[in-house]
Design a protein around this ligand. Structure first.
Ligand code: SF4
Length: 448
């Protein structure tokens, strides 16, 4: 086995595949709005991006904007217009929406009335499962017990709280302007509200953080007992936080923390269902599983900079700047700016690239969907991963081993097709600053 010490861990965080994108053209827009994706995929997820935040964190790499009341209102109107664009799309036939996710930015900038109005619009366009999971990402400074109750009344049944740490010093070091006590109170309030699932974010590898310091947060989680925890290793590189601190724990400590967290959660009855998500059994996030677990379901990303995954046969990203997004929708243009058509071969790679993040890749699902064996299609890739000790074969699955868990992005990239090798995720293509010369209208062409 090759020595793990010599392998550089890839920290890209793969969310979308394929990535050999190009500028959207009129022809691509026509295809997106007239093509149907492969029939064996039955479910749709909707991601709704709310880019506004109460304060901007110095480590943030998301598509965000400061709050301005007028822009905010225009944005919500644009969002509803974008939802309407999908009415009667051929990809909606015989498919239902099983997960809706309000993320950001800060989903919880929305009032319950605004959530109700957006959901109303969604109901007008899509068929919604009566078991749909509706998640709201909440920043601690934007929610309280009343708002939790109001969210529940309008249909939100899962909340994900941006807690990050239960120690004031840690929160100060990453310039989060909420306190440890506030985090504890909010988590308890959310649990009391009666959502189906209350999840939280935990950050580690924080400036000056030791394993002992991390243990304090983990024991606090054990005591408070949320249903799910998403764990993020701080990545200050290329963010304003990078110049403010030289005290980020080394890769060696990061790896130690990574395995400690996994062992800890397993010891208290949580299950790792995706990298980086843990939950109590039965409390896994449907939206996350739809997006990553093979076979991945269809996904439409709504809002500025949102990404759609394999809908109308394409992956694409909407324009990032909030004002450009509003302008495009006000003039009834499609806000997508870059993307690529997903060929059948790329769909097979996607099954593996994203599926690896959920640790178990089902052989039978691949055979059913594509009519061939995974072991025939990806023979050399699988062999190389087994040789590295990162993957193993177990009955109907290829599974990521304990050693492989830390190298999940390295593993995903083994399955990139030649056209995608060496290419970064879309946000590395400078999409944050990219405003196209032209947007395109949707013309509903004949089925392709
Ligand atoms: S609240 Fe979240 S999305 Fe907003 S700036 Fe902070 S990290 Fe970024």
């Amino acid at each position: 086995m090759k020595s793990m010490e010599n392998i550089k861990v890839d920290r890209e965080y793969i969310e979308i595949y394929p990535v050999n994108w190009q500028n959207i053209t009129q022809k691509m827009v026509d295809q997106i709005f007239s093509a149907r994706s492969f029939d064996f995929i039955k479910e749709i997820s909707l991601y709704v991006h709310i880019p506004f935040c109460p304060a901007i964190c110095p480590f943030c790499k998301f598509n965000i904007a400061g709050y301005e009341p007028l822009i905010y209102q225009k944005y919500l109107n644009a969002l509803k217009k974008e939802i309407s664009l999908f009415k009667n799309h051929p990809d909606l036939q015989n498919r239902i929406v099983t997960a809706i996710y309000f993320g950001g930015g800060t989903g919880s900038m929305l009032t319950s009335k605004e959530v109700y109005e957006i959901l109303d619009k969604i109901h007008d366009v899509f068929s919604i499962s009566n078991k749909v999971e509706i998640t709201m990402e909440c920043h601690p400074n934007t929610v309280n017990s009343k708002k939790f109750r109001d969210y529940k009344k309008v249909g939100v049944n899962r909340v994900s709280l941006g807690i990050q740490s239960f120690q004031d010093e840690n929160l100060r070091n990453i310039e989060r302007n909420h306190t440890a006590q506030q985090n504890i109170n909010l988590l308890l309030e959310a649990l009391k509200t009666g959502f189906n699932c209350v999840a939280m974010d935990l950050m580690y590898r924080l400036p000056s953080q030791t394993l002992e310091n991390l243990k304090f947060d983990l024991y606090k989680i054990k005591e408070l007992s949320p249903d799910g925890v998403s764990t993020y290793s701080l990545e200050p590189e290329a963010t304003p936080l990078e110049s403010k601190t030289s005290k980020i724990p080394s890769d060696k400590i990061d790896k130690e923390m990574f395995y400690f967290i996994g062992d800890f959660f397993e010891s208290i009855g949580y299950r790792r269902f995706m990298q980086p998500d843990f939950s109590k059994p039965g409390k896994e996030c449907k939206y996350v599983l739809n997006a990553w677990r093979a076979p991945q379901q269809l996904m439409i990303g709504l809002g500025a900079g949102a990404h759609s995954q394999y809908f109308g046969g394409y992956v694409w990203a909407n324009v990032y700047p909030v004002k450009s997004y509003i302008d495009a929708l006000e003039q009834e243009y499609f806000p997508g700016v870059m993307g690529v058509k997903v060929s059948l071969d790329e769909l097979k790679s996607k099954y593996m690239v994203l599926g690896a993040r959920a640790f178990s890749i089902e052989k039978e699902g691949f055979k059913k969907g594509f009519g061939e064996n995974i072991s025939d299609k990806f023979n050399s890739e699988i062999k190389s991963l087994i040789k590295l000790g990162w993957m193993k074969e177990e009955n109907n699955y290829y599974k990521i081993t304990r050693e492989g868990l830390y190298y999940i992005d390295n593993i995903s990239k083994v399955f990139y097709s030649w056209a995608n090798k060496g290419k970064g995720q879309p946000w590395l293509k400078g999409l944050y600053n990219f405003t196209p010369k032209k947007f395109y209208k949707i013309t509903r062409g004949k089925i392709i």
